[in-house]
Design a binder for this molecule. Structure first.
Ligand SMILES: Cc1ncc(COP(=O)(O)O)c(C=O)c1O
Length: 373
């Protein structure tokens, strides 16, 4: 199965790019790209396993953190409010529609707990497991619905599983681990059909990486008063996974329902880094470009070797190893590359996260060695 590439990649550019990388001629780029990044420290082994972004945190975020070093003795004060105000202005919703959480992971767990206690959860399989797993671990019933043949959410099959007992439907868009996305208007119609019966949780962890984030984000649904919860994170485009900042966008009554379940409160460094990075549009563009470049290099290696892969619009790709993912991952580990695992029912498919452009060149080289000897 060769899936179409939705980002419309130019094949010639891909091969040129991958050739340069394999020859070691592509560096981190110029300008912002040549600044020292954590990438240099992420080579032992190269982490292509957790959908992190080694181009972050931005210099602006790092500066904000280094200026905060001496303030570590204080609980967070105004930072949460400042961040909330910035998000509310950019998204065009009131501050009462936003809840800052410790990564979006905390929000996923809060929703899994709150809605899982109230009824059944419906989700795709495979998808990002945090909400579903937490709901199940705390006693909820979860109904899982297979992806369609293009490895996308099967919205009509999901809708068919929504019953009077359903309290929440989890939609990860773009989806992790497949990297595939839904047509925005299909998702809007789905929300229309479901939200009077159950909350629709749209996990938009990777939405900033899309060509048109505004059209694909479901904030308009929240503004229209629908029963929708959006999750966002600073872990991906901002490259701040270790700093634990995420947020919800939802109707005030939903925010009020979720807030009491919050277990941690804001990390001061993380909040200050997020405030700086949120305003740093240059870094966000840089980060997105680098991820695109990494995808091109990686997908071009898959094309070269005839390995089927998903048309990812995120910072990871699922591809068919054609054999045992465990054996493949072990072989990569020996070359100093940590790659992801498989996800049922796609047993021979492996997820690989984007590192730096150089690291993806290393991965592509190792891939060619593995398949061509
Ligand atoms: C789809 C999705 N949602 C949420 C998260 C959690 O991210 P964080 O808790 O770092 O915000 C991840 C992490 O990989 C993810 O892939």
């Amino acid at each position: 199965m060769r899936l179409p590439n939705l980002q419309g990649l130019n094949r010639r550019q891909l091969f040129q790019s991958s050739g340069l990388v394999a020859a070691g001629l592509v560096t981190g780029g110029v300008g912002v790209a040549s600044r020292p990044t954590a990438a240099a420290r992420s080579n032992d082994p190269v982490r292509l396993v957790a959908n992190e972004n080694p181009y972050g945190p931005s210099e602006s975020a790092q500066k904000a953190m280094s200026e905060s070093l001496g303030d570590g003795w204080m609980y967070v004060t105004s930072e949460g409010r400042v961040l909330k105000k910035m998000i509310s202005e950019r998204e065009g919703v009131g501050e009462d529609h936003i809840l800052i959480t410790a990564g979006s992971g905390e929000l996923l767990k809060m929703a899994g707990l709150s809605y899982g206690m109230a009824g059944e959860i419906v989700a795709a399989k495979p998808t990002f497991s945090m909400l579903v797993a937490y709901a199940r671990d705390t006693g909820a019933t979860v109904k899982e619905v297979a992806l369609d043949q293009d490895m996308r959410h099967d919205l009509s099959a999901i809708e068919a599983q929504v019953s009077k007992d359903t309290s929440l439907v989890y939609i990860c868009n773009p989806n992790n681990p497949t990297g595939t996305m839904l047509e925005a208007d299909d998702l809007r119609s789905f929300i229309d059909g479901v939200e009077s019966r159950a909350a629709v949780f749209v996990d938009e962890a990777y939405v900033d990486l899309l060509d048109d984030p505004k059209r694909n984000a479901m904030v308009d649904q929240v503004k229209a008063g629908k029963n929708v919860i959006i999750a966002r994170t600073f872990s991906k485009i901002h490259g701040m996974a270790g700093l634990r900042v995420g947020y919800a966008i939802a109707r005030p009554d939903i925010i009020k329902r979720l807030r009491p379940l919050q277990m941690s409160f804001q990390n001061c460094m993380g909040a200050r880094a997020a405030i700086a990075s949120y305003q740093d549009l240059e870094f966000q563009a840089f980060s997105k470009n680098k991820i695109q470049e990494c995808l091109s290099v990686t997908q071009s290696a898959f094309e070269d070797l005839g390995l089927p892969y998903t048309p990812s619009v995120t910072n990871f790709v699922l591809f068919d190893t054609g054999g045992s993912v465990r054996d493949f991952a072990l072989a990569m580990r020996k070359k100093g590359l940590l790659v992801g695992r498989s996800y049922a029912p796609y047993r021979s498919w492996c997820r690989v996260s984007m590192g730096t452009v150089e690291q993806m060149g290393r991965f592509s080289y190792a891939l060619r060695e593995y398949y061509k000897g």
